[in-house]
Design a protein around this ligand. Structure first.
Ligand code: PAF
Length: 508
């Protein structure tokens, strides 16, 4: 593996690592997709780490499916699956278990004394040690961790900082089933009857979010509401409901800017954890959906009616395209484009008149008109397909998200760009309806000699490509509200979203 990676590094290829314990599920695949999107070479490690299991925990029972996992990795485009044995990771056999008497990494006490650390004694030392070893072996540029294990994520971010490890830790949003249940390898232990019950964990967190959005920012108010919701079912044996700072994990009495609301509970012998971020900022509305449902028209007008910024991501890609053309950089010089976009500032300002597009500045220059020329239009798709450009712009969009007060639309806004958006809409329409609309537009342009059937086929193909593409694939967030626009006018779709916003966030 090392030789292979070293060869790649000589060619200045970037390496992304996705550390896992195997039994890969949709959540892992999202981390892998993101790593593939952002790096030239992706390594997935699969290692059920004995050091992070307590004596009475499920180390022996933990699902192991190396062959299936390797196949999934190959299908996803992973270059290397690193699946060491415990011996190769420096441990010695001791009966059916492993002697873990090796040099260890000890995270700050304050970060392990809360949440899961209260009962899982030694767990985070085991995680910190193995992650440090994996980072040293693979030496990736970026490593990907799920927000679902929020305490693990915070501890790893701290350890990378404290030990000056040269790697970027990329947090990835929790992937949920339609029911809201967070994906986890341990969900396999649940029976069919347990599954809907388990989803109540997320319902209880969502209750906490409602209380917070209703204006109560105190830990006492929020935790009491979550606990009361959990008590509505006798299924759970609740271990904790805590509100902490997401970076330091320090317990909060009140949310000033942001809080991590986390729960752990057992259903039978299966221990589940989940969390959400509660952020004190202006609201964010995320509107995702397939091509051709009128997302941009709807989003622009929803933003206008609610007095929010329409985060025109299309204009951002146009601005970068203009900058690349202005600097005379050839479109295939990815390294030069990446350097140009890293750190460049794009400013968007909504125009008072809705018929005017947003005013746009890039690198200090006003480019509102310049980004609408045919030259920019001809090149924008190629530029937007570059992963470095996309990562830089997603980072900029997320920095707009810190302030909030915006509506954004796309394919993965609610799942990837703003996973903690306050209102998530999945705007869609049947293929037949989208084909009818497209046909009507083509007729209006004098291009109506293509059959409806052909348009439907084209739409189905485009949907399949959009859902499986490496960059920004179309994803419906588990907590998105679906609006089927068949039979609805644009005005009705807009009214529906504005009403949902006011019902949900009226007190914001
Ligand atoms: O999250 C996990 O699967 C594990 O804790 C990790 C990060 C792979 C370390 O063993």
């Amino acid at each position: 593996m090392r030789c292979y990676l070293e060869r790649g590094r000589k060619d200045e290829q970037t390496v992304g690592l996705v550390p896992t314990m195997g039994a890969l599920h949709e959540g892992h695949l999202t981390l892998i997709d993101r790593a593939i999107e952002e790096n030239d070479i992706v390594v997935v490690s699969i290692f059920v780490n004995p050091m992070q299991f307590g004596p009475r925990e499920d180390f022996h029972k933990y699902p192991r499916r190396l062959e299936e996992d390797a196949e999934l990795c190959e299908e996803a485009g992973v270059a290397v699956v690193f699946a060491p044995t415990p011996e190769e990771m420096g441990m010695t056999p001791k009966g059916a278990d492993w002697e873990n008497d090796i040099t260890g990494v000890v995270p700050p006490k304050s970060m392990t004394a809360v949440m899961c650390g209260r009962t899982r004694i030694g767990h985070f030392e085991g995680v910190a040690t193995i992650v440090t070893k994996l980072l040293n072996v693979v030496q990736p540029d970026r490593a990907y961790f799920g927000q679902k294990d929020a305490q693990q994520l915070a501890i790893i971010q701290q350890l990378v900082k404290d030990l000056n490890l040269p790697v970027e830790i990329v947090p990835c949003a929790t992937v949920r089933l339609e029911s809201g249940l967070a994906m986890s390898s341990r969900n396999q232990y649940l029976s069919a009857a347990d599954l809907p019950e388990a989803a109540r964990l997320y319902e209880s967190l969502s209750r906490g979010k409602e209380v917070f959005q209703g204006g109560d920012r105190t830990a006492q108010g929020i935790i009491t509401a979550v606990s009361a919701k959990l008590k509505e079912t006798s299924t759970f044996d609740v271990e904790y409901v805590e509100l902490v700072h997401p970076t330091t994990l320090a317990p909060l009495t009140e949310i000033e800017e942001v809080g991590l609301l986390a729960v752990a509970a057992k259903i039978g012998n299966t221990r589940l954890i989940d969390n959400i971020l509660l952020r004190h900022r202006e609201p964010i509305v995320a509107i995702d959906g397939p091509a051709g449902v009128g997302k941009s028209t709807v989003s622009r007008q929803v933003a206008h009616q609610l007095g929010l910024l329409y985060l025109d991501t299309g204009a951002m890609y146009r601005a970068v395209t203009w900058l690349v053309l202005d600097a005379d950089i050839p479109l295939d010089d990815e390294a030069a484009i990446a350097e140009l976009v890293s750190g460049v500032e794009i400013i968007l300002k909504t125009s008072e008149d809705l018929t005017d597009p947003a005013q746009v500045w890039i690198a200090g220059k006003e480019v509102t008109q310049a980004i609408r020329t045919p030259e920019v239009t001809a090149k924008v798709s190629a530029i937007a397909a570059l992963s470095e450009v996309r990562s830089a712009l997603v980072a900029q969009q997320q920095s707009y998200g810190l302030r909030g007060g915006l509506v954004a639309e796309g394919r993965d806004i609610g799942t990837h760009v703003f996973p903690d958006a306050d209102l998530k809409i999945f705007l869609t329409a049947s293929v037949q309806e989208r084909a009818r609309r497209r046909h009507k537009d083509l007729v209006a342009m004098g291009l109506g000699d293509i059959s409806l059937n052909q348009i439907e086929q084209d739409i189905l193909e485009r949907d399949a490509i959009d859902s499986s593409r490496a960059i920004a694939p179309l994803r419906r967030s588990a907590d998105a509200i679906e609006i089927l626009t068949d039979g609805l006018s644009i005005a009705e779709a807009i009214d529906g979203i504005v009403k949902l916003y006011r019902d949900k966030l009226g007190n914001f």
